[in-house]
Design a protein. Structure first.
Length: 403
């Protein structure tokens, strides 16, 4: 047992990486002092091999109950664990699944990535801005009562979309794909950003649906108002509406209407006229089996069918790089393009591909591509995406075809 002072002291320790390492080094000293090996502790507590060494190296943070169980096995107390350690830790940023530390004029965003303590460096950013983005997400999610019903899904989608657009607003210089992948996704998966009653939810599974819908909202909220001024409506429709619409324009095609992410219609007068679908994907790792057949059918029918993506892809490391999957661009005499890029540029499976990863290599101006890969950001909705949409609508009005 421990008194209140011991427990409060244990809480203060472990708030930062250095505190945690000192605490876990002390735990290792106590174990070695008893003559027990790490494997013997694991055997007695029925832990898989390697867990005690992982705790002692501070590679995984043990729960308080785990620490108490190990101490009990060793015949020790929390007082034994915290003795000779600093009684008052200096104020620090609270460690979460994703948290930030200032580094001069830049920000170091830290998170666990596989077996690594990963760092993403965000130039010209502050912890106050980081907290503002995080609070936008937290405040949105705080409205949840049932995360799995229709209203709950709408709340989660709205919270993620608002948090990302807030980040794009405060950090216009940042790579949007990095913010989505290294910050928003990981902040959503942090249970402390959700109401405590949902602590046992698997937020990585919840993200798969919420992230996809939120990205569609990001597209509509960023470009919707601007395109309306051009008499174009960019909108998300219920599945029944999409199904009815696609059956009308693509009669005889066996296509899954639910996969038509965001719709485009022109407004020459009071009546709307459908002229395209925007296929929204965070990464190329997401299923495209439904998108490609639908896109090819739309293009064949004269409709506009672009791919809109964050092009997220990175590998676990201490300094991960979100390089995406579109790979190298075309170079005469040395064509090392990925199959996914060839699908767009050579085969024209989509009308165009708009990537919001600044590391994506755009299609060369002199390249004779059926459809280009274009890199955009969120600084201004009056950009190449809008230009393509407006041009497609003008062509559709003129000759009934968007291309």
């Amino acid at each position: 047992m421990c008194d209140w002072g011991d427990c409060k002291r244990l809480q203060k320790m472990g708030k930062t990486g250095s505190d945690l390492k000192r605490l876990m080094a002390r735990l290792k000293e106590l174990r070695e002092g008893t003559g027990l090996s790490a494997q013997e502790v694991e055997d007695r507590l029925i832990l898989g091999p390697g867990w005690v060494s992982r705790f002692e190296a501070a590679r995984t943070i043990p729960s308080v109950s785990m620490i108490l169980a190990i101490l009990s096995l060793l015949g020790k107390s929390i007082r034994d664990l915290v003795q000779d350690l600093p009684a008052q830790a200096a104020p620090h940023q609270l460690e979460r699944q994703v948290y930030a530390e200032a580094s001069g004029k830049d920000l170091l965003i830290r998170f666990a990535y596989g077996d690594y303590d990963a760092v993403y460096e965000l130039p010209n950013a502050t912890t106050d801005e980081f907290n503002e983005v995080l609070k936008t997400l937290r405040d949105g999610l705080s409205r949840l009562t049932n995360p799995n019903d229709t209203a709950g899904q709408a709340i989660k989608t709205d919270a993620v979309a608002k948090a990302f657009l807030k980040a794009a607003e405060v950090w216009p210089q940042a790579n949007p794909s990095d913010i989505w992948w290294f910050l928003i996704y990981r902040a959503y998966c942090d249970p402390f950003n959700h109401p405590a009653r949902f602590a046992r939810m698997d937020f990585t599974q919840s993200w798969k649906r919420t992230g996809g819908w939120a990205l569609e909202e990001v597209l509509v909220r960023h470009y919707g108002s601007f395109l309306r001024k051009q008499c174009i409506k960019l909108f998300i429709a219920p599945s029944q509406t999409k199904d009815k619409l696609l059956k009308t324009v693509l009669a005889g095609e066996r296509l899954e209407a639910a996969k038509a992410d965001v719709l485009l219609s022109g407004m020459p007068g009071k009546a709307e006229k459908f002229f395209g679908v925007v296929h929204v994907k965070a990464s190329f790792a997401e299923r495209r089996t439904d998108d490609v057949p639908m896109s090819r059918a739309l293009i064949a029918g004269g409709y506009f069918s672009p791919l809109w993506t964050m092009d997220c892809k990175s590998m676990p490391s201490s300094r991960p790089v979100n390089k995406g999957e579109l790979g190298l661009g075309f170079s005469p005499g040395s064509d090392e393009r990925s199959a996914k890029r060839r699908d767009i540029e050579d085969d024209g499976y989509f009308s165009a591909c708009f990537s919001y990863n600044q590391r994506t290599v755009p299609t060369r101006a002199e390249q004779k591509a059926k459809a280009p890969v274009i890199v955009c950001d969120f600084r201004n909705p009056d950009d190449q995406f809008s230009e393509f949409v407006v041009s497609a609508w003008e062509k559709f009005q003129k000759n009934g075809k968007a291309g």
